[in-house]
Ligand binder design. Structure first.
Ligand SMILES: C[S@@+](CC[C@H](N)C(=O)[O-])C[C@H]1O[C@@H](n2cnc3c(N)ncnc32)[C@H](O)[C@@H]1O
Length: 215
């Protein structure tokens, strides 16, 4: 990975250990020659840099989707709350200004396109095949399963699905990302790699626009 972008990714605020970020970057380098990349859950832009570095190398684009209001676990009183990300005007979380600066300072504005909105609302209108989908949005049961159902069907044949925070042992973390990983294995995706809690799967049956299973 480009040294300047690697420094920027490491310095960015977020939830992506370096080994998992570099794994994400390498999978994105495989996928980027074949189409656009989309992440659900951008927060302050850390994973967007690992993805954006690959997209820049191959003339692709990263769609970085987030409503920038934080997940449940980012709200006041929860484990991952950061008071510096609260808008003093409204008292609500707002990670968009930090995301924007992170992408700008990394020089990735031509490559990383922010989609600011609620994941299922944006997804209802999405029709573009994806070379890579990275799911790292809300980690609760409904948000994780809804993100999977909304977006995984847009991965093109041979495209990649990356899921973050997959913990087979419940003692290590929440269940929903693991549950959607299991659903993907049943829905025509084949595991092709893992790093920490990150799983990479390839769509080996079906194509973009073919829906995945529903609950
Ligand atoms: C774990 S963080 C993403 C971390 C990021 N990938 C990184 O590298 O640091 C999850 C993000 O998902 C976003 N999110 C949660 N539910 C969402 C929804 N329904 N629509 C859009 N974004 C959502 C939150 O705002 C939050 O920024």
């Amino acid at each position: 990975m480009d040294a300047h972008l690697l420094d920027a990714a490491r310095a960015a605020t977020g939830f992506m250990p370096d080994d998992e970020g570099l794994f994400l970057h390498e999978r994105a380098r495989e996928a980027a020659p074949h189409g656009p990349l989309l992440e659900v859950g951008s927060y302050c832009g850390k994973s967007a840099i690992y993805l954006g570095a690959a997209a820049q190398e191959h003339g692709s684009t990263v769609f970085a989707l987030d409503h920038h209001r934080g997940s449940e676990e980012n709200q006041a009183g929860w484990e991952h709350h950061d008071t510096s990300l609260v808008d003093p005007r409204t008292g609500r979380m707002d990670t968009l200004p930090v995301f924007r600066r992170t992408v700008e300072d990394a020089g990735l504005e031509p490559v990383v396109v922010a989609l600011v909105g609620d994941s299922p609302t944006v997804g209802r209108h999405w029709r573009t095949p994806l070379a890579l989908l990275f799911i790292d949005g809300g980690h609760g049961e409904d948000p994780a399963h809804t993100d999977y159902e909304t977006w995984a069907g847009w991965v093109q044949h041979d495209g990649l699905l990356l899921i973050h925070d997959v913990f087979p042992d419940p003692a290590d973390g929440g269940r929903p990302p693991y549950e959607i990983y299991l659903r993907a294995l049943e829905d025509g995706f084949t595991e092709v790699g893992a790093q920490g809690s990150m799983r990479a799967l390839r769509r080996t049956s079906g194509d973009a626009g073919d829906p995945v299973s529903s609950r």
